[in-house]
Ligand binder design. Structure first.
Ligand code: DP6
Length: 386
C-alpha cells in the first residue's frame, strides 16, 4: 500500500489563456502568464492511495464521488503512467483519489487549475516520475500547467501538434517581488455562466477579434509583461494586466452568441480602479477578471489600506468582519477621508454587492505533506470524512 498527500496553488493570470488550437490535448492559441497564489490562503489538497487490495479505481472531489472515466482524468493518468518505470509493481494496482479545495468553489476561482496541478503532482510522486510534468497537468485543465510552479509563471503555447513543448516555465520565484498582493473581490452573483472551456470554444470558433489578439497583441504583450515582472515595474505591469483582461472580455463579447462574464458590479469596480489611479496620478492598482464576475486586484502592500478603505465605502457590507475578510491579516481598515469622497465624487452602493474579500499574495508551487494526519483517505482507500 502506498499513500501520498499534496497541496497545490491556484493561479491568477495577468496575460490570459483564452482559446485552444487542440481541444483534446488542450493546446492554447497564445502564451499566458500568471502568479501562483499562497497555499496558506487557498489551495487544492489531494490524497492518493494505491494498493493491490483495491478492487476498483475511485475518485472523490469535495466530498462527492465522481466518475473515474472523464477524458481529462484519463488523459492525465495515461500520460503519467507512460512516463513511469514499467517494473514498478504498484503501477498496475488500482488507485483511490480524494481531492478537496480549502476555499468555497462558489468563489468562482479557478479551482480546476489547482485541482489538476495537485493531482498530477501527487501522481508523479507516487510513481517516482522526475522532470517536466506541467505538460501533463495541462491535459487536465490548461491553466493547471502554470500551478505546477510557484512565483510568476509563463505557459509557452508550443508549436508541436502533439504538445510536448506546450509547457509552463517559472519566470521568477515568489520572493522576487515580495510586496505584491492580491485582493479578490468576490461578487454576489448566482447566474450560471459558460464554463471557461465552453466559452473559449465559442470564442475560438466565432470571433474574428480573437485571431488578432492571439497573433498580434499577445505575442508583443507577453514579452513586455515578462520584462515588467523582471524589473518589478508596477506601472507597466498594471497597464498590461488591465489591458489584457479587457482584451479577453472584448473577445468574449465579440463571440457569437456574445459571452458576458462580468456583471455590473465587476464593471463598477473597474471604473473605481481607473478613477482611483487617475486621482493618484499613477497606476497603483490593477484589475483582472477571469471567466466570472469576481474581480481580482493586484497591488503593492503599501496601497492595500488606502484602496480597501475606498472599496469599503463604495461597496458597504452587512457581514461580520471575520466572514467578510479572508486570507492574510489585513492592515487596520479605516474610514475614508471626507476629502477623497468629495474629490472623487464617490457614492455608496446598496449593501451586500460583494460577498467577501480574500487577501493573498504570490506563493510557492505544489508540495508533499508528510504528516499522516493530513491524509484525506484511509488505508482501505475510502475517504476519512464523508
Ligand atoms: C479565464 O484552464 O479553466 O482563467 O483548459 O478548458 O480547462 P480549460 O480552461 P481553463 O481556462 C482558464 C481561463 C482563464 C484565463 C487564464 O487562467 O489564463
Amino acid at each position: 500500500m502506498k499513500m501520498i498527500t499534496c497541496i497545490a496553488p491556484i493561479n491568477m493570470a495577468v496575460i490570459k489563456y483564452w482559446g485552444k488550437r487542440d481541444e483534446e490535448l488542450i493546446l492554447p492559441i497564445n502564451d499566458s502568464i500568471s502568479a501562483s497564489l499562497s497555499t496558506d490562503v487557498m489551495c487544492a489538497k489531494t490524497t492518493i492511495v494505491t494498493s493491490a487490495l483495491l478492487k476498483e479505481n475511485k475518485f472523490w472531489l469535495n466530498g462527492q464521488e465522481q466518475s473515474f472515466d472523464s477524458p481529462r482524468l484519463t488523459n492525465c493518468l495515461r500520460a503519467i503512467k507512460k512516463r513511469a518505470d514499467e517494473k514498478l509493481p504498484h503501477l498496475h494496482w488500482n488507485i483511490s483519489i480524494c481531492s478537496e479545495n480549502n476555499f468555497p468553489t462558489a468563489a468562482g476561482l479557478a479551482s480546476s487549475a489547482a485541482g489538476y496541478a495537485c493531482l498530477v503532482y501527487a501522481l508523479a510522486q507516487l510513481y517516482n516520475i522526475e522532470g517536466e510534468i506541467s505538460n501533463i497537468a495541462r491535459q487536465g485543465s490548461g491553466s493547471a500547467c502554470r500551478s505546477i510552479y510557484g512565483g510568476w509563471v509563463r505557459w509557452h503555447k508550443g508549436n508541436s501538434p502533439v504538445g510536448e513543448d506546450s509547457l509552463a516555465k517559472q519566470i521568477v520565484p515568489a520572493d522576487h517581488w515580495p510586496e505584491m498582493r492580491l485582493l479578490v473581490l468576490v461578487v454576489n452573483d448566482t447566474k450560471k455562466k459558460y464554463s471557461s472551456a465552453k466559452g473559449m470554444a465559442i470564442t475560438t470558433l466565432t470571433s474574428s477579434l480573437i485571431k488578432y489578439r492571439a497573433n498580434e497583441i499577445v505575442p508583443r504583450r507577453i514579452e513586455a509583461m515578462e520584462q515588467a515582472i523582471l524589473n518589478k515595474n508596477f506601472q507597466s505591469f498594471a497597464e498590461l494586466t488591465m489591458k489584457d483582461s479587457n482584451s479577453m472580455h472584448a473577445c468574449c463579447l465579440d463571440s457569437f452568441p456574445p459571452i458576458a462574464y462580468m456583471n455590473e458590479v465587476s464593471h463598477s469596480i473597474i471604473q473605481l480602479v481607473h478613477l482611483y489611479n487617475d486621482y493618484k496620478k499613477e497606476l497603483t492598482v490593477a484589475y483582472t477578471v477571469d471567466a466570472g464576475p469576481n474581480t481580482c486586484i493586484y497591488l503593492l502592500e503599501s496601497e492595500v489600506e488606502d484602496f480597501l478603505s475606498i472599496v469599503n465605502f463604495v461597496f458597504p457590507n452587512n457581514v461580520d468582519d471575520n466572514e467578510y475578510y479572508r486570507g492574510l491579516k489585513l492592515p487596520s481598515i479605516r474610514p475614508l477621508d471626507e476629502s477623497i469622497v468629495k474629490d472623487l465624487n464617490l457614492s455608496a452602493n446598496k449593501e451586500g454587492l460583494l460577498k467577501y474579500i480574500i487577501y493573498t499574495k504570490v506563493g510557492e508551487g505544489p508540495r508533499v505533506l508528510d504528516d499522516s494526519k493530513e491524509h484525506l483517505l484511509q488505508d482501505d482507500g475510502l475517504p476519512k470524512h464523508f
